[in-house]
Design a protein around this ligand. Structure first.
Ligand code: SF4
Ligand code: SF4
Length: 196
């Protein structure tokens, strides 16, 4: 014996649109859509023919937009300690979480700085593969890597140009986290390099 199937009842959503007869008639709405699209096209064409910029298209890379939103995830910066050294402790969490695997870090050891003995001797990002997701920023326990709204100026024919290194990431737009108190680094012994 088969169980009788329940009749299908279409689910009503909370934001279900209500349509008037003119929308249900379909062709009138198609004509209205074409009129809106055609109006925008003709307005942009008129501006273009009279030497004004019509459409919102930016002719990248010749033309770089200046109106990025404040929260745009653009180019990375490495934040600095008050003495200018990187805040990064080379923990590799950003490189581990990066879905595109584009962060490469070489960790080094500074025996003269017991508060921060590990630091990155090399920190590079391959922008040819970065997807600007911001996971690296979220994962960092030290607020050592941030993204600012400016985008990297990278288009070119050579992918090697798209690797940005520690010095540029640290200094192109220097940021320091003034709210984070750091123990004072002990004075280096005479004749010893501070980064030795
Ligand atoms: S923004 Fe995303 S893809 Fe780019 S380096 Fe950070 S984690 Fe990797
Ligand atoms: S930037 Fe942050 S997460 Fe990445 S290695 Fe440095 S301290 Fe760790």
């Amino acid at each position: 014996m088969t169980t009788p199937r329940k009749p299908h009842v279409r689910r009503q959503y909370w934001n279900e649109p209500t349509m008037g007869w003119w929308e249900r008639s379909y062709l009138l709405e198609v004509a209205r859509g074409l009129a809106i699209t055609g109006g925008v096209f003709l307005r942009n064409m008129g501006k273009w023919m009279t030497g004004r910029k019509g459409a919102l298209t930016a002719y990248y890379p010749e033309e770089i937009r200046a109106d990025y939103a404040a929260g745009n995830r653009g180019k990375h910066i490495l934040t600095q300690r008050p003495d200018g050294r990187p805040q990064c402790v080379a923990c590799n969490m950003c490189a581990t979480v990066c879905p595109a695997q584009v962060i490469e870090i070489d960790a080094a050891f500074d025996p003269d700085d017991p508060a921060h003995p590990k630091y990155p001797s090399r920190f590079e990002i391959d922008y040819s593969r970065c997807v600007f997701c911001g996971f690296c920023v979220e994962a960092c326990p030290e607020d050592a890597i941030r993204m600012v709204k400016e985008t990297p100026d990278l288009p070119g024919f050579d992918r090697d140009r798209m690797w940005l290194g520690k010095e540029e990431l640290l200094n192109w737009q220097a940021h320091a986290d003034v709210a984070k108190p750091y123990p004072v680094r002990p004075a280096a012994e005479p004749g010893r390099s501070p980064d030795a």
